[in-house]
Design a protein around this ligand. Structure first.
Ligand code: UDP
Length: 479
């Protein structure tokens, strides 16, 4: 089962070496990289600190493993801090996570004050995070901003689908979030009421240099998979439906199993597919074990279903498994983005994805995959069958999937946006980023009014926005 020793990670600085940026040229082209180089020049030697709550497991840790080396490769002094947490702390932050994703569950004042805020206090007493720019990821470390031990321009980045967030938890977190200078969300629908800070839309991304995202021939992939397939007694020649994710209630692995079982009932004779679900748990996620047991129960004694857990040589196995799949299924009930969707698409595999959170940004229905309702098992079963039976469709959707990721969701594209954002907040640029989602805030307007800098906003724009804010400011003071 899960290795609890991994929970002992202490509040720590994660050192990562810079990467040679030119290695990304085959994926995004020289022009795009030159553009990023130029944008990053004024940020050289500036400190960009990132704070999150786990070093391994889940999409945020996955991305930071690549973001830090890339930014360092550009000469930015990028750093990564992981906060320390107890079992109780992660139990309560998991509740935050669930409540933010719209799942109602009880949460007590005791949990909020003792399990959450006390641990945040301990963290901020132990470390000072100093940087020119500091990005704090997700709710776990969010309240650190109040304790005065984060020095620099601060951004909160939300990786969660908050479109149906519980009002209770949003109201608790809002005063903390409003202390940041800006917030990043994956999609405009995720932004909740009463945010008084600039909001930006930035999609997560995958790193084509990671072993996980290396593109292999079928022969190479099968070689990587040989030890795992031997261990689980799995026949690589059988058609394969694949899913990869943490064992988590929202990942809906049970729904995948039910749909697969349903699909088998109407398959043509001679078709003998297997379902391979690969999963792990994150150190900040205490629910993994429970969900794994539930998924195991749902699979029952079905000999065509294989559950892989905390597999050795994880990264190479993930990419290889995806690459030999007939289709990839990711039917989460809630999903901030779903990096696994981009990873599978990058391997040229069509995805059956749920119409939830950030998944529709990636899966274009009927063009590179199919979008389904997460509970529509018969529809899911039907499209699984289609992909198993129709190689032509599989191949053409797979190619389109890869192209879509190449154009939108590779690491350099995301870093470009983060760099533009840093330039804005460090006042290297006064041009508002074009991925900004809201109007100028009261604070920005007053800054524009009193700094008398050459801001790009017209007087009428400022007047209109001052009126809409309804504050008693004197527009006459604008030069
Ligand atoms: N992952 C992995 N091994 C596993 C399960 C998941 O390496 O057994 C990785 C997966 O490839 C992806 C990340 O964990 O890079 C999960 O990110 P995603 O955004 O899909 O979901 P999250 O866990 O952040 O909700």
């Amino acid at each position: 089962m899960f290795d609890d020793r991994s929970r002992k990670y202490k509040n720590q600085y994660v050192p990562l070496l810079p990467v040679d940026i030119s290695r990304y040229e085959p994926f995004v082209g020289k022009e795009a990289l030159d553009d990023i180089w130029n944008l990053a020049k004024p940020l050289q030697n500036k400190i960009w600190a990132n704070v999150n709550s786990t070093f391994v497991g889940g999409g945020v840790a996955e991305m930071l493993q690549s973001v830090i080396p890339f930014a360092r490769g550009l000469g930015i002094d990028a750093r990564w801090f992981v906060i320390e947490g107890s079992e109780d702390f992660f139990t309560v932050t998991k509740k935050f996570h669930n409540l933010l994703q719209g799942v109602d569950q009880p949460i007590s004042l005791q949990e909020i004050f003792h399990a959450y805020l006390d641990i945040i206090d301990v963290n901020t007493r132990k470390v000072k995070v100093v940087g020119d720019m500091i990005t704090v990821h997700d709710p776990q470390p969010a309240a650190m901003v109040m304790n005065g031990n984060i020095y620099g321009h601060t951004i909160w980045r939300c990786h969660i689908d908050t479109s149906n967030a519980s009002r209770r938890i949003w109201r608790f977190l809002l005063p903390y979030i409003n202390q940041y200078e800006g917030a990043i969300f994956t999609a405009p629908e995720f932004v909740k009421d009463n945010l008084k800070i600039p909001t930006y839309e930035i999609s997560p991304s995958i790193d084509p240099l990671r072993a996980k995202n290396k593109q292999r021939s079928r022969k190479e992939a099968l070689k990587v998979l040989e030890p795992v397939f031997n261990k689980y007694n799995l026949d690589p020649q059988r058609p394969m439906v694949v899913a990869v994710s943490r064992y988590d209630i929202h990942k809906n692995q049970k729904g995948i199993i039910e749909s697969f079982k349903l699909m088998k009932q109407s398959l043509a004779k001679g078709m003998n597919p297997i379902l391979v679900i690969m999963g792990n748990s994150a150190t900040d996620d205490p629910e993994g074990n429970i969900i794994y047991e539930q998924v195991k129960k749902a699979a029952g004694d079905d000999k065509d279903i294989y559950l892989l857990l905390n597999v050795e040589n994880n990264d190479e196995v993930v990419g290889s498994l995806m690459s030999i799949a007939n289709c990839f299924v990711h039917i989460s009930t809630k999903e901030g983005f779903g990096l696994v969707v981009a990873e599978a698409m990058w391997q040229g595999i069509p995805v059956i994805g749920s119409k939830v959170g950030g998944i529709p940004k990636q899966v274009v229905n009927g063009a590179n995959g199919f979008l389904v309702g997460p509970y529509e098992n018969s529809q899911i079963a039907r499209v699984m069958q289609t992909f198993l039976e129709d190689k032509g469709l599989r191949d053409s959707f797979g190619q389109a999937a890869r192209k879509h990721v190449a154009e939108n969701f590779l690491l350099p594209q995301m870093l470009k946006k983060e760099i533009i954002l840093m330039r804005y907040h460090l006042e290297i640029d006064n041009k508002n980023p074009d991925f900004r989602m809201n109007d100028l805030t009261y604070r920005e307007i007053t800054q524009a009014l009193y700094s008398r800098k050459n801001w790009p906003f017209s007087t009428s724009d400022l007047k209109r926005q001052i009126e809409s804010i309804g504050e008693d400011l004197e527009p006459g003071e604008i030069d």
